[in-house]
Design a binder for this molecule. Structure first.
Ligand code: ATP
Ligand code: FE
Length: 370
């Protein structure tokens, strides 16, 4: 099978063609990142217009790079949930249009399932069932991937996603005004600033949810604690509007450290629960970490320590596959194609869903454990 995948759920227009062995035959991506950075966040109608402007070229480029024609493609996989409705609609309409034009089956794809399964594309040792942590600008969830179309949700963020918290903190600390930081996402800027710190323990922030027996996450409280420190520093030092906050590097490091400790603590709880409930086989324990915030090497180092302690192998896709892209959608199409799951020749009634939880929730079961 050769599958073409289309991704437009948020602010990246992506397309890729992937074969059954996981070879990327052609790929193309148009990122709206810089435009939204200048607007201070994503404005959905602008995202939609940019998707509409680029979708045709992005798809044509991926097909041309693959040196293929549509005759060679078996099906078209497209993200239909979850995401920004206006953005999702552009991809779905274009995907269906191609299916009609070239008489191909349509495969609706869940964006988060695609993130979770990407790790299997280049690493055949990632076999079901495995634990997966997805940390990005819009999501934070911990789940067991049982099979291609079966996921069990162990925990999720009760407020902000980690990437969102990184972005908000970076904006408030005016990191963009530092030299060499203007093109970076909030998360990248914060990681770079944190690497320049003298004392990551200078600002004392408390780890949230330590007393909670579930594996949910919370990042809004850490963010507020830090922003309170920002205000204190600004008041005490009387800083000019555009200049960086005093103590900015230590603040970034303190924030990153507490975020990391929190994520590690929750993941460790999830591992312990999965083990007790028999969800993960004791002889092959794997943690997949993906999503934009998985690019953070400090968080990854913390997680690899937890994995070492509990006998897990950690797998992190390369950075370009952690953030949104067409490859992961095509690969999810491949995985489904192989098992003949979700391949539709009659697809007119398939529609987008802006909210679509990943899998079946075990959050209550986790909470009620002893
Ligand atoms: P979703 O995939 O949930 O719809 P998204 O499109 O915002 O959300 P991604 O494209 O996967 O997510 O990732 C972007 C997010 O990742 C941003 O919030 C960004 O700040 C964060 N991020 C990127 N690099 C890093 C890093 N090194 N450390 C922390 N966060 C990072
Ligand atoms: Fe994503």
């Amino acid at each position: 099978g050769i599958i073409l995948g289309i991704e437009t759920s948020c602010d990246d227009t992506g397309c890729a063609i992937v074969d059954t062995e996981g070879n990327i035959l052609g790929e193309s991506l148009n990122s709206q990142h810089l435009i939204h950075l200048n607007n201070g966040g994503i404005i959905p109608p602008i995202a939609k217009d940019l998707h509409r402007k680029h979708i045709e070229n992005v798809v044509d480029e991926a097909v041309a790079l693959a040196n293929l024609s549509f005759d060679d493609i078996d099906a078209i996989a497209t993200t239909v949930k979850p995401g920004l409705p206006l953005s999702l609609l552009i991809g779905m309409r274009y995907g269906k249009h191609l299916c009609r034009k070239f008489k191909k089956p349509f495969m609706p794809i869940h964006h988060m399932e695609a993130h979770a399964l990407t790790a299997r594309m280049h690493d055949p040792t990632v076999q079901f069932p495995f634990l997966v942590l997805l940390i990005s600008g819009g999501h934070c969830l911990l789940a067991v991937a049982v099979k291609v179309d079966k996921f069990l949700l162990l925990g999720e963020s009760i407020d902000d996603a980690p990437g969102e918290a990184f972005d908000k903190v970076a904006r408030r600390m005016k990191l963009k005004n530092l030299p060499e930081y203007s093109q970076l996402s909030g998360g990248q800027a914060l990681e770079l600033a944190a690497s320049k710190a003298n004392d990551p323990l200078h600002y004392k922030l408390t780890i949230p949810m330590l007393q909670y027996k579930n594996c949910n996450f919370s990042f809004a409280g850490i963010k507020s604690q830090l922003l309170y420190q920002v205000i204190r520093e600004e008041k005490s030092k009387d800083v000019a509007a555009d200049s960086p906050i005093p103590g900015v590097y230590d603040m970034c490091a303190s924030f990153q450290l507490v975020v990391t400790r929190h994520i590690c603590h929750r993941v460790q709880r999830g591992m312990e629960y999965a083990e007790r409930a028999g969800l993960i086989p004791p002889d092959k324990k794997t943690l997949v970490v993906s999503g934009g915030a998985a690019c953070n090497n400090f968080i990854a180092k913390g997680l690899s320590m937890v994995c070492g302690e509990l006998g897990y192998k950690m797998v992190r896709p390369q950075p370009k596959l952690c953030t949104d892209n067409g490859v992961m959608i095509a690969w999810n199409g491949v995985e489904r194609w192989k098992e003949n799951i979700g391949v539709y020749t009659d697809f007119e009634n398939i529609t987008i869903e802006n909210n679509a939880p990943l899998g079946e929730s075990l959050i209550e079961e986790v909470e009620n454990q002893r």
